[in-house]
Design a protein around this ligand. Structure first.
Ligand code: FAD
Length: 598
């Protein structure tokens, strides 16, 4: 199992040097988030994830969760680690002071989310779901609901879930069958079965607060008739005390490809008491609060996977001796050279490194935009941040998780046959990471959200605020010869992005299937270009630091070298996606449904 080391230097580079978090926090009134505080939190999170969370990753995979008569037991060490997490105040970090939180910025919390996920994907999901539940109750709950449920969720002694999926509906939630009937006391009685509920039942917390979508009888069919409810495992009094078991039970847990230590549950509601959140039939609208926060968290899982896999692969590649370098012996005292001398091994390592570091920058940027939404008083500034978030969230979610998965596959490959063996932990990373491409909206669904709903739905308007930012950066650096190798490709690929969007829009007017046929390639193109922008920004900072004679020369030089690798070896993939978009739907749709048999 590779030993996990939190990438503290790189996180600070992104937060402090690329995105100047100090000025950002001062501007938005987060006085407590001083540079010292940021350093201290990242440092403590590094220690906690390296020493407490990472060591139970492999045993968690081996043991998995167990289900006995409706009770779920997490693997050895999970209960203790979660208690330490609560005792350390980690759940409270970015939560509202009114409910016991520390009121620190979302972006600071986001910066350490990656560490938890790299160290142990399954463990990180338990508190991760509570954040989404909290965001939903805070945004849409009544004052009483906030008093009843938020303080314990903030503290971490209760955890949350998101209950959407049913056996016959995952993507198409409009087909849901779970029913919510109004009771005499104004609460609702929920009946139905949800499947695949992460952290739906476990032994880590005193109560589990399910956020559930259901239909109130008489509501319209489809997604316009969905309402949202809080359904606790144990009933809760108005004074937030436990009040006996609710009619919620865990029917079974899934045996699955990865994240074995996170319980994926069938949850039965048998006339369970629930509380409506927000307005009747506006459930999906409220749920978007949960889903947007969760999508950024899942995007960070892609980065986390790339980083963890890179760390394992790098250590192995420096150590493993096989064959001689094509350009002459590099390790004359050994029987062979370390495999890191081979260009193809470097291709894999640098792909991992460039995706982990570029993705980290994209996530940090998006997290700062979330801060703007929370703390700015300037409507134009909020609107700008919201448009960029709307555009980039599906890109980050789908692109970074697909690339994260690819990076874990490179991790296995660098280890050769040993990567396929459980002991090394590389295959676990690959198995654990696949889910990130599936839950919170599959890659295909993120791509449709991006292209159909957001880009074509806004007639291209949504591209403009982020486009203006990228253009301004290119213009500012147009005379800087050292930046040419980064700026010119961004301008070329950016212009093609516009043309591609117009072309798909035109084709879609004649054949709506053109949108679905183009969408994933369009999203991947957008992802490669977006990451190119963040790599160019990082290269610029590194060049300036070197020009100013700052210490840490090797770090900044490595940044520029990795940026160069990204532009020369990763960004060109976008052209392949553009060609696929241009070739359109015909070859996909030519088969009749019955012709697919062989
Ligand atoms: C381990 C695990 C944990 C999970 N955790 C949770 C949780 O906590 N809470 C929860 O509510 N759910 C959870 N889920 C469910 C998850 O969100 C769904 O599985 C996911 O949304 C996909 O739904 P589905 O499985 O029904 O697939 P389907 O919706 O049946 O999709 C199957 C395939 O068809 C594609 N597809 C569907 N519609 C379209 C379309 N219009 N255009 C193009 N392609 C389309 C999809 O992209 C996918 O490739 C979890 C699932 C797993 C496996």
């Amino acid at each position: 199992m590779p030993e996990y080391k939190a990438p503290v230097r790189d996180i600070k580079f992104v937060m402090q040097e690329v995105f100047d978090c100090d000025s950002h926090y001062q501007k938005f009134g987060y006085e407590d988030a001083s540079l010292d505080m940021v350093d201290a939190i990242i440092g403590e999170a590094a220690k906690f994830t390296e020493q407490v969370v990472a060591p139970i990753n492999q045993i968690g995979d081996e043991q998995g969760c167990t289900w006995t008569d409706g009770e779920v037991t997490t693997p050895d060490g999970f209960k203790d680690a979660y208690q330490q997490y609560v005792d350390g105040g980690w759940p409270t970090l970015a939560q509202n002071i009114e409910f016991g939180g520390q009121g620190l910025p979302h972006s600071l919390n986001m910066s350490i989310t990656e560490l938890f996920s790299s160290a142990n994907h399954s463990f990180a999901m338990y508190p991760g779901l509570s954040h989404g539940a909290l965001a939903t109750i805070e945004a849409h709950g009544s004052d009483l609901q906030k008093q009843m449920f938020m303080p314990k969720l903030v503290e971490g002694s209760w955890t949350g879930t998101m209950c959407l999926t049913e056996s016959h509906c995952g993507t198409d939630l409009g087909m849901l069958r779970t029913k919510a009937e109004l009771s005499d006391d104004g609460s609702y009685s929920l009946s139905g079965t949800k499947i695949f509920i992460s952290a739906g039942e476990h032994d880590l917390s005193d109560n589990i607060i399910h956020i559930v979508i259901a239909r109130i009888p008489g509501s319209p069919e489809g997604s316009r008739g969905i309402s949202l409810f809080i359904v606790p495992k144990f009933n809760v009094t108005d004074a937030a005390e436990l009040d006996g078991r609710n009619a919620v039970s865990c029917g079974s847990i899934e045996h699955k490809m990865g994240i074995n230590a996170n319980a994926t549950c069938v949850i039965n509601f048998d006339g369970a008491k629930g509380y409506l959140i927000g307005e009747v039939n506006r459930g999906l609208h409220c749920m978007f609060t949960f889903m947007n926060a969760a999508r950024l968290g899942v995007a960070a899982e892609g980065v986390a996977a790339a980083e963890a896999s890179f760390q394992g692969a790098l250590a192995y590649a420096q150590d493993r001796l096989q064959m001689r370098s094509l350009s002459g012996v590099k390790n004359p005292n050994g029987p062979a050279d370390p495999i890191i001398v081979h260009p193809d091994v470097r291709r894999m390592l640098l792909t991992q490194k460039s995706i982990a570091e570029g993705g980290r920058a994209l996530i940090a940027y998006l997290a700062q935009l979330v801060d703007v939404g929370h703390a700015s008083k300037d409507e134009a500034e909020i609107a700008d941040a919201e448009s960029k978030l709307a555009l980039l969230t599906p890109i980050a979610k789908a692109f970074l998780t697909e690339l994260g998965l690819e990076c874990t596959s490179h991790g296995v490959q660098v280890f050769g046959g040993h990567g396929f063996i459980k002991e090394w932990g590389m295959e676990q990373l690959m198995r654990d990471t696949k889910i990130s491409c599936l839950y919170e909206g599959t890659t295909g669904i993120q791509a449709l959200d991006l292209l159909a709903r957001k880009i074509l739905g806004s007639k291209g308007e949504l591209l403009k605020p982020f486009g203006r930012e990228v253009t301004a950066f290119c213009t500012e650096n147009a005379d800087d010869k050292a930046m040419d190798e980064f700026i010119k490709p961004i301008i070329t690929f950016g212009a093609d992005w516009q043309k591609m969007t117009e072309m798909v829009g035109m084709k879609a007017m004649e054949n709506p299937d053109e949108i679905g046929a183009a969408s994933v390639d369009y999203l991947m193109y957008s992802g490669y270009l977006t990451l190119a922008y963040f790599w160019a920004k990082m290269a610029k900072v590194a060049q300036d630091k070197l020009a100013n004679g700052e210490d840490d020369v090797a770090f900044y030089q490595a940044k520029i070298k990795t940026a160069r690798f990204y532009f020369q070896r990763i960004l060109p993939r976008a052209s392949g996606h553009a060609a696929c978009v241009e070739n359109g739907a015909n070859s996909m749709m030519a088969h009749n449904i019955d012709d697919f048999s062989f």
